[in-house]
Design a protein around this ligand. Structure first.
Ligand code: 0A1
Ligand code: ZN
Length: 897
């Protein structure tokens, strides 16, 4: 038993009175109210006795006074969600406790009166994982029981100070379950004991030597297959690596294992950080609210972010698996060894870890491609969020439900803030800051300010002005003005943000000679620290074209002071910029101008010619082997990104305008597109399927050509040609990437293409053979199609036997995908009403998912008056719903403000 004295017990329920009270009103929690705990649980032992329909959790908490507490209270508050945790027994130092005298109960809380130093509190509770549809706490998913404790799931397992500044050693975690049904018993750390219990049941005891907050606790009990490998760390320690999934998916785990080993090596090389346990386990689960979870030594992954093989995963899926495996692994230091003091500091671990995973992916693949992909994501997701009612600084000031703050802002903008430290301090300076951060804070729960201090102290750079990024919401705008005279180029930058004081913004700039295209001044980081600042470049030989905000050096919108883009300069940069990111960016700006012209009236010849030239040059560039860069340079800015650039969004007009530009370019370059398509087909034929940068790039470019070619579908003849091309692409697909590209094109076909569409959809469904992730693609592709009757189709798919609201991936694949379709905004508002009806049901099952999906309705102020009012009315219906979860309540009430 490894020293634990736990055994389970059954008595009457002690907290039933609290559980039956009306649900408590939502409470807003403020960052400024942080107070340390009067007592800390320094050590905990746990016993999970799992039986069908009932799990008994017994714990021993070893309590000590907290030296950093200087408040008045001597009571210890334990968090516990009485709606799912039934308290059966409670004793302190072996003596049963009395409610009222020794402790009090309130909704969500148990207050233990004045526990003495060295107290041992024993609790016994009952939970029902089988009924847990929220997927927070301990829940049952298919053949396994699994926990999710971040942010506040542990209180759905037992009573505990469920906050990250209570770091405890989980000394003994004992799991007991039926041996045949649940042969695998896993928890954090290392297994120290296991055996049979004699009645067909078995047990395993785990210990984790590293103190951790409850949100990093995990156990998994199930019938699972696995793969195994080892990794030898830089100091020569051998670590066992295991990746688990349901047995029928075990053949899709190799890429995750490879990515894990690459991550371990990368963190040693780049940051000198080594893994610290003897075992690293990963488990894939089907029903999961988020992407994955970094539980110490036992990561849990949404199957969508860990399973990958060529027949079921696209190249983007492979890229995501690598990135998320890296992300969770990197959390072992940035998040686990050094954690957050409170949840307002979430970006301390998430922004930093996203930055680390981006750098890792950049090193594994192509830096420029990676940067483009990340900035595309940032603009489509985070800029949009920051312009709407959920706008918040990367370190928020308040929340009702913390689950709502796992946002693009905290994650992606947070990563941009970390990237700016590195840009300002250099790679070496940043590394020094990281070293000092770990030297100072290993084993503790700290704040964003502590991180900033480490960076500043390690490099001697004053970052006090930079700190404003943590408290300023919204996307800052930087405008630029230029002047050239007698060999001197003057760049004037002006900033505008929600901060009264100017932000410290690193602006990377390079200058290109206007005549030769040569770099006249190589990339230089300018420190924009004032509201308006002038930067002079002297001694130039001839006029220059500036390339500003290279590599997207700050999360801002960059605009010309005149309000008019210099299209000639953009065309020049799109052709010649030596910065891969800005070269792409210039092309995107040209396309953007053209799309807005198409929306407002007519495309002008001048803009069209510039865009055409950029498009044609990219398409016929036979020198570059950077196929992904070429592909991205041909893709028009997304509708989401375009919507960000205007005050009032008319989604249908944007959709049409973008479509018009796409079709015009497709017709203009039909021959070249087909040539490039055929060349790539020939180049790939007969070669082995690979998931390296070159092969991914070739498939990406070929699929972009396919998409353009298939957009030419006006006449019945053209419809037939497009359908034939897409169908042949579908049939000859070398893997899921090509299949999805073909089906994506086919799904929107009508007229002469309708029968090919239906045939391909049916084949795809049959070939999926029940594979959950492939079926998700089948649902999504249909929900995203560009057809006139899309809402009816989605409604029908919702009734499909494979559809369920209970599985978040499935729900996102149909409902989430539909909410991104232009058809969602169809004028009558039927799309909005459909989503609201679903949210009403979903909120009863899984508030985290309902609140996330409600994000599609809260942007109503961005839309034209009529649409906006219908969206708002649907939001109001949600707000009036009873009962409503705190999660959804927070989003809809912010949305209605
Ligand atoms: N920390 C995880 C993400 C995560 C957050 C919340 C969860 O449940 C509410 C689950 C996972 C990560 O950054 O990967
Ligand atoms: Zn994370």
């Amino acid at each position: 038993r490894g020293g634990s004295t736990l055994s389970s017990a059954t008595t009457t329920v002690l907290n039933s009175a609290v559980a039956s009270e009306e649900t408590a009103a939502p409470v807003e929690i403020f960052r400024k109210d942080y107070e340390p705990l009067p007592h800390l649980v320094e050590k905990i032992n746990m016993l999970f006795s799992i039986e069908e329909g009932k799990t008994i959790v017994t714990t021993e908490l070893f309590i000590e006074p907290n030296e950093s507490y200087n408040g008045k209270s001597r009571d210890l508050t334990l968090d516990g969600d009485e709606t799912c945790v039934k308290l059966l027994a409670l004793s302190l130092n072996g003596k049963d406790l009395e409610e009222g005298t020794d402790y009090t109960l309130a909704p969500g809380k148990l207050i233990l009166k004045n526990p003495p130093a060295g107290a041992v509190l024993k609790t016994v509770v009952e939970i029902v994982p089988e009924d847990n549809t929220q997927l927070s706490g301990l829940y049952k998913d298919g053949p396994m029981y699994c926990t999710q404790c971040e942010a506040m799931g542990f209180r759905r397992i037992t009573y505990y100070p469920d906050r990250p500044d209570n770091m405890a050693v989980f000394e003994n975690v004992r799991l007991e379950a039926d041996k045949e049904a649940y042969p695998v018993l896993l928890a954090n750390g290392n297994m120290i004991d296991s055996g049979d219990l004699g009645d067909g049941r078995h047990y395993a005891t785990w210990t984790d030597p590293y103190p951790k907050p409850s949100y990093l606790f995990c156990c998994v009990v199930g019938d699972l297959g696995k793969i195994h490998d080892t990794y030898t760390t830089m100091s020569g320690r051998k670590v066992d690596l295991q990746v688990f999934s349901e047995s029928h998916n075990v053949h899709k785990l190799d890429y995750a294992m490879e990515s894990l080993k690459n991550s371990m090596k990368w963190d040693e090389d780049r940051f000198g950080l080594e893994y610290d346990l003897d075992l690293y386990n990963i488990v894939a689960v089907d029903s999961f609210n988020m992407g994955a979870m970094e539980n110490k030594g036992l990561n849990v992954f949404n199957t969508a972010y860990v399973l990958a093989d060529k027949d079921t995963a696209t190249d983007s899926d492979f890229e995501r698996v690598e990135g998320v495996i890296g992300h969770e692994y990197f959390h072992n230091w940035t998040g686990n060894r050094v954690t957050c003091r409170d949840w307002f500091q979430l970006t301390l671990k998430e922004g930093l870890t996203v930055f680390r995973d981006q750098e890792f992916s950049g090193d594994m693949n192509s830096k420029a491609v990676n940067r483009i992909e990340n900035v595309r994501g940032l603009r489509a997701g985070q800029f949009r969020e920051d312009a709407g009612p959920m706008s918040h600084p990367i370190r928020p000031d308040s929340y009702i439900s913390m689950d709502n703050f796992y946002t693009a802002t905290v994650y992606s903008k947070g990563a941009e803030i970390i990237r700016m430290y590195q840009t300002l301090l250099s790679v070496e300076g940043f590394r020094k800051g990281m070293d000092l951060y770990f030297e100072r804070h290993d084993g503790s729960a700290v704040t964003c300010d502590d991180f900033l201090s480490a960076m500043s102290d390690a490099t001697g750079v004053d970052l006090s002005q930079f700190a404003l990024w943590y408290s300023t919401n919204g996307t800052p705008v930087v405008t630029y003005d230029t002047k050239y005279e007698d060999g001197t180029f003057v760049l004037t930058l002006t900033q505008k943000s929600n901060s009264d004081k100017p932000l410290h913004i690193p602006i990377s700039v390079g200058l290109l000679n206007k005549e030769t295209g040569e770099e006249a001044v190589a990339t230089k980081v300018l420190d924009l620290k004032e509201m308006t600042q002038e930067f002079k470049f002297e001694g130039l030989k001839g006029d220059v074209v500036p390339s500003i905000l290279r590599e997207f050096s700050a999360p801002v919108k960059l605009l010309p002071a005149s309000g008019e883009e210099d299209e000639e300069a953009l065309a020049f940069l799109a052709a010649r910029d030596t910065d891969g990111f800005n070269k792409w960016e210039a092309g995107q700006k040209l396309f953007t101008s053209l799309i807005f012209q198409a929306k407002d009236a007519e495309m002008t010849d001048k803009t069209y010619d510039f865009a055409k030239e950029a498009f044609g040059r990219t398409l016929t560039d036979k020198e570059s082997k950077d196929y992904s860069i070429l592909a991205y340079a041909l893709i028009l800015p997304s509708e989401g990104t375009l919507g960000e650039l205007v005050d009032v969004v008319d989604p249908i007009a944007i959709h049409k305008a973008r479509g018009a530009v796409k079709k015009r370019l497709a017709r203009e370059f039909a021959t070249e597109l087909k040539e490039r398509y055929d060349e790539l087909t020939a180049a790939m034929e007969g070669s082995e399927f690979k998931v390296d940068a070159e092969s991914i790039g070739m498939r990406r470019l070929r699929n972009v050509c396919l998409e353009y070619l298939c957009s030419i579908r006006e006449t019945p003849e053209e419809q037939k040609t497009a359908a034939e091309l897409a169908m042949s692409h579908f049939k000859k697909a070398s893997g899921m990437t090509d299949k999805v590209a073909a089906l994506g094109a086919l799904a929107s076909m009508d007229g002469e293409g309708a029968s090919a569409r239906d045939e391909a959809l049916e084949t795809f469904y049959k070939d999926a053979d029940g594979d959950a992730l492939v079926l998700n693609k089948w649902f999504s592709l249909q929900a995203m199609a560009d057809l006139p009757d899309i809402l009816d189709r989605v409604k029908k798919l919702k009734e499909h036997p494979d559809f369920t609201l209970k599985n978040p991936n499935r729900c996102r694949s149909l409902i989430g995908a539909f909410a991104m379709n232009t058809a969602f905004h169809e004028e009558s508002g039927a799309g909005y009403a459909f989503l609201r009806e679903i949210l009403e049901d979903l909120d009863q099952l899984n508030p985290q998912i309902s609140s996330r999906m409600a994000g599609s309705l809260i942007q109503w102020k961005k839309y034209d008056e009529k649409r906006g009012q219908i969206m708002k009315a649907e939001l109001q219906k949600l707000a009036d719903m009873k009962p409503i979860s705190d999660d959804l309540f927070e989003i809809v009430s912010r949305g209605l403000k």
